[in-house]
Design a protein around this ligand. Sequence first.
Ligand code: BES
Ligand code: MN
Ligand code: MN
Length: 459
Amino acid sequence: MGMSWNNYLEDNQSRFVDELSDFISIPSVSASDEHFDDVVKAGEWVVSKLNKVGLTNARMMPTETHPVVYADWLHAGTDKPTILIYGHFDVQPADPLDLWDSPPFEPTVKEGKIYGRGASDDKGNMLAPILAAEALLSSTGKLPVNVKFFFEGQEEIGSPTLAPFIKEHAKLLNADMIFSSDGGQWGESQPSLVMGLKGLIGCEITVVGAKGDQHSGMHGGGIANPLHALSHIIASMKGLDGKITIEGFYDDVVDLTAEDRQAIAKIPFDDENYAKDLGVPETFGETGYTTPERLWARPTFELNGMWGGYQGKGTKTVLPAKAHAKITCRLVANQKPEKIYELIRDHVENNVPPGVKVEVKRLPGSANPFLVPRGHNSSQIAGRVLRDLYGKEPFNIRVGGSIPVMSMLLEELGVHATMFAFGLDDEQIHAPNEFFRLASFMKGQVGYCKLLEEFGKGT
Ligand code: BES
Ligand code: MN
Ligand code: MN
């Protein structure tokens, strides 16, 4: 007794890494039906951990698809605020498997990093606040503030059935402030506050030509080629100046103010290094905007995949029957996924090349853009803790990624969540060899202890 949470964290760090390893080894890939049971298993793992830590009401709750996990500790007193901490225990698919140096679900620790699918996104990050609660409860017998934990198993597929769950359980989830363990930091020694996330909408285009593949000599020149037609459709949607040319696409975009642009310009973003790190000859995007403006605050249109025809070795003189493309757009305030989908569909329907039929289908999983208002209370508190933790003023940044639950929580509970997370940009999230720095893992635990303590001080 009399032990501080600091010492508790240090003394138990190697067990915590073992627990993280255990957690990562459950292949909770929400995108694949074969792994549905593993998503449930990961949820059960979290419930069991929350119970061991001493939280109350820990349980898995069903949604129409993948379950969520809830737990709380509400004994800090009614004069203390209630904060809700969010994270996700589902992960992205691990393929391509042959590009991993160690198997994705057999976590490996090497040079202060733990490798495995979900290590950073989001299992390492979401375990940190749970371990912070453990350290505080074990060392002081209580938490300085009322805490609710809310974890989901469907973030990586766009949280398709989460909104109705939140609506139905708004009272259970209600909180004065919300912090997300999903998000990230600027660098190992430079903190950042994420003030904005992009939204997302996806669709698939199928161009249909002849009733089957045809000989390109017998029928080339006689009928249209679906792959060629698809290329024209795609080319009609974005120019070489990086401007998206879908009619009405930018109509609802809130332009960056001079103040926004000044704030972004203050962040030391090095275009040349950025290009070098990614192995590209130069940066590219919408003209008239800097790279960080484009990355964080301008909508994008990305072709994620395009296929059809012959892709094997050598030549095959085929005139393919079908051609396909998958597209996602990242959205910014005040664009709405539904409306952008309709604009894409209308654009395609108005630009069908001769001789083919075209189908457009919306893909499941979407997100609204999310902006934290300047000077928002929970981000100011997070900022104070980050300043203390790193000894540096946090940058105010935005990111191009999406977390669908953010706008759902805002809509249903009226609370702007603040991201309080410790992943870094080079951690290969969604890619082979994903890892999480053990130093970040520890920083997250310390950070959440300090964050919870900050409320004990009577803020
Ligand atoms: N954690 C990411 C989002 C993120 C990435 C936040 C980088 C901050 C920095 C999240 O798990 C994610 O990958 N979201 C998906 C959402 C989509 C499936 C709706 C994304 O952004 O592609
Ligand atoms: Mn994530
Ligand atoms: Mn992710």
